[in-house]
Design a protein around this ligand. Structure first.
Ligand SMILES: NC(=O)c1ccc[n+]([C@@H]2O[C@H](COP(=O)([O-])OP(=O)(O)OC[C@H]3O[C@@H](n4cnc5c(N)ncnc54)[C@H](O)[C@@H]3O)[C@@H](O)[C@H]2O)c1
Length: 387
């Protein structure tokens, strides 16, 4: 799989951004100065909001509307960036991929693993790239921390602590699990980036502190068993008014040769013989995600967060929630994956997707090897747009 390349393509990829809320605005501002992609269209159910956001950013030539298919047709877009609320990700991704467009979709890709599996099947059916934007994978110092971690030998444990206090009225404050679903998904995904180890089981408890302004559980602790035998020990809260950590969490890892830590921002330390920390600048956050998406379309190589790879990150979140609902019992992620496949088949309304899901020997096997990019073929820049 590829990491993001900083070499822009010979032409900017024309994209439509769907969802012009808080994060959609951030995407549009970043895209307006990007050498990799050009925002040619903006879609939102709230067309007035889409028009206002587009005008404020100075994208006077962008096509605006409420219908993705219509805006794609009028703007000539060749890819979609989905920045809608999580519940809308599936329907927007489906419309885009059935129209023959690749999609870069904000995290969390889907509210459930079952829905994520349906999206895997849809990506396979259409042959389109569906990539999750796990933007917190793209930080210069995270990359340096990963290199430091690689020098520790076999790992004993990875600890991450996230303590924040954020007030963002809207869907987050109404969710049942605003910490695990909306924030920990980043930290769980970063664990997978950092170690190349994979989670196999989890024990978790979640709760809502008495003063919390969230309706659902804003705090949790979780311990994951990793395939190597190491543990991932996580504590988090979104309603911690003091001594806050970085949004990226505060990390400490120990292994057979020593230990390494990262404050989530700029300070990476390693204490393991002659081990050293080297940083090399790279594009960060959503810009890093965009550049990897466009570079994948140009090279035909699989990006890190192709839809299948992202399913296990979502399984970490859902496994933690399931464990918490069962009083902290150990949840085996492979069992959760197979339950989710059964649920996906039961939920799916489209015969073509349901037939494909039924043909899978197991969910675990179906997500083991990314389909998109297995036989590299550039799709952008290319004439016509079809592969
Ligand atoms: N990567 C990050 O660090 C980061 C940070 C913030 C938000 N996010 C993610 O970005 C996404 C959007 O978050 P937000 O804070 O901008 O939410 P928001 O509620 O501010 O905006 C979402 C917008 O999507 C629109 N929308 C909903 N359903 C739609 C549909 N079917 N078609 C078209 N438009 C639709 C809504 O009208 C709204 O304007 C979420 O998935 C969130 O988790 C990621």
């Amino acid at each position: 799989m590829m990491e993001n390349s900083s070499t822009p393509p010979s032409e900017r990829l024309p994209v439509v951004v769907v969802g012009a809320g808080a994060m959609g605005g951030d995407w549009l501002r970043m895209l307006s100065g990007s050498a990799f992609a050009e925002p040619v269209g903006v879609v939102d159910l709230n067309v007035e909001l889409a028009s206002r956001t587009t005008a404020e950013i100075g994208l006077h030539d962008a096509t605006v509307g409420a219908s993705l298919t219509d805006v794609v047709g009028r703007s000539g877009a060749r890819a979609v960036i989905n920045v809608t609320v999580p519940q809308a990700h599936g329907v927007v991704n489906e419309e885009a991929m059935r129209a023959g467009l690749p999609v870069l979709c904000e995290k969390p890709l889907a509210p459930t693993v079952a829905e994520a599996l349906r999206q895997v099947a849809l990506a396979d059916l259409t042959g389109e790239l569906l990539m999750a934007s796990q933007s917190r994978r793209y930080f210069t110092h995270l990359s340096a921390f990963r290199d430091a971690t690689a020098q520790l030998g076999a790992l004993g444990a990875v600890h991450a602590e996230f303590f924040h206090a954020d007030h963002e009225p809207g869907f987050r404050e109404q969710m049942a699990h605003p910490l695990l679903v909306d924030m920990s998904v980043h930290h769980f995904d970063m664990l997978r980036y950092l170690t190349a180890d994979e989670p196999v089981a989890v024990r978790c408890v979640s709760w809502n502190p008495a003063w919390s302004w969230f309706a659902g559980d804003a705090a949790a602790t979780a311990t994951f068993d990793l395939a190597s035998g190491a543990r991932f020990v996580y504590s988090g809260s979104r309603c911690t008014p003091g001594l806050q950590t970085s949004w990226n969490a505060d990390w400490h890892i120990y292994g057979e040769h020593g230990a390494a830590s990262w404050d989530g921002d700029h300070l990476v330390r390693v204490d393991a013989g002659d081990a050293d920390v080297e940083t090399s600048e790279r594009s960060e956050g959503i810009q890093g995600a965009l550049e990897e998406f466009v570079s994948s379309l140009a090279s035909g190589l699989t990006p890190q967060n192709e839809v299948r790879t992202n399913v296990l990150t979502l399984a970490m979140v859902e496994g933690a929630i399931r464990s918490s609902e069962r009083g902290g019992d150990r949840v085996v992620l492979e069992e959760l994956l197979e339950d989710s496949l059964a649920q996906a088949i039961a939920d799916e309304q489209r015969d073509d997707v349901a037939d494909l899901l039924r043909s899978w020997p197991s969910a675990a096997e179906a997500i083991a090897t990314p389909a998109w990019g297995s036989s590299p073929q550039a799709v952008f820049p290319a004439s016509g747009g079809a592969r």
